[in-house]
Write a new protein. Structure first.
Length: 333
């Protein structure tokens, strides 16, 4: 029993370097933006289950499946499937995960477990996806309005029984509420051998309306640690699976569509983007001196850096200005 939920990770310098290295070996596929839930903290503008317009078509999934070997030859070792609720695109998930597995790539799925209506059903669903080694099951106070924690416990136990690696993901506002602490303790009791990872909500998408003290209090001087590029259901590419995964415009991290450039091509663009690599190495604060030189009247510079909150959209807008400086592009690889 605990009185406080441990949040996030604490990384040494060596662990940070390893995490940075691994991000180039990881690709996420957002196979659908359909979801049976409407959680108030979600960063993705999901659509109802009946709306299939934002689900990856099978022909696109077949094309990407055929390119998994190319990704593996580029050094990609990990693929994650997310959404929306990725298990609503079961055929695409089976196809892509089998292709990745055959290429030697480890597969993870992130799910809210609405499908785990019974122990037998949970085991049947997990067994239907044998190429997916890692199962990250999500629950929190926001999910609980739509899916009970019993679903999550059943899903986690089913995956563990079938020999999969399992982790429970718990999103939370900060400071944590008594309800979150109680939920964490119940999960800890029900799943004593399964890791529970708690993370603060990101104030973007619907999550922007959820009160939390997890916003950044100043321009971050620590390195940005993206989890690798995200290929969306329509072939567009996001720079990471966090704040910009559902933000297509208004930021400088724009890459080719995977349909035209191929997975290998967009992965090359992501790995060699000089602006992204600078932020990965030094954080957004490294852009501020450059911004002061080329745009001294920029609104971001007029603010009290140490007294106000800076959101990712504002930092990305500043990065867009730096991107326009021809000297910056000339400095890239």
């Amino acid at each position: 029993m605990t009185d406080a939920v441990p949040v996030g990770l604490s990384l040494s310098g060596e662990q940070l370097r390893e995490h940075q290295r691994l991000s180039a070996q990881h690709v996420t596929f957002s196979v659908t933006e359909s979801c049976p839930l409407r959680c108030s903290h979600c960063i993705v503008a999901t659509v109802p289950v009946s709306d299939r317009s934002r689900t990856m078509p099978m022909d696109r999934a077949e094309s990407y499946a055929a390119q998994m070997g190319s990704l593996a030859r580029r050094g990609v070792r990990f693929v994650t499937f997310t959404g929306g609720e990725p298990l609503l695109a079961r055929r695409q998930l089976q196809l892509l995960s089998h292709a990745a597995y055959d290429a030697g790539i480890e597969c993870t799925v992130v799910t809210a477990c609405h499908w785990a209506t019974s122990t037998a059903t949970a085991e049947k669903v997990v067994a239907s996806l044998p190429a997916i080694e890692c199962w990250q099951v999500s629950t929190d106070e926001f999910h609980s309005e739509y899916v009970s924690e019993d679903h999550v416990v059943r899903a986690a136990k089913a995956a563990a029984k079938l020999g999969r690696n399992v982790m429970v993901r718990l999103s939370m506002s900060l400071p944590e509420s008594a309800g979150v602490v109680s939920l964490y303790n119940r999960l800890r009791d029900a799943l004593p051998d399964i890791r529970i990872f708690a993370q603060p909500i990101i104030a973007m998408g619907r999550g922007a309306s959820v009160p939390s003290f997890s916003e950044m209090a100043e321009v971050p001087a620590w390195p940005c640690v993206p989890q690798g590029m995200v290929v969306r259901f329509d072939g567009t590419v996001a720079p990471c699976c966090a704040g910009l995964v559902d933000t297509r415009d208004g930021h400088p991290f724009q890459y080719s569509n995977a349909d035209s450039a191929g997975l290998e091509g967009v992965h090359q663009e992501w790995c060699t983007d000089p602006l992204l690599q600078l932020i990965r190495a030094s954080g957004f604060s490294a852009l501020m001196p450059w911004l002061r030189e080329i745009a001294p009247d920029h609104a971001l510079l007029a603010r009290d850096v140490f007294g106000e909150t800076f959101m990712l959209e504002q930092l990305a807008a500043a990065a867009s200005v730096v991107r326009t400086d021809e000297r910056f592009e000339a400095s890239g690889p």
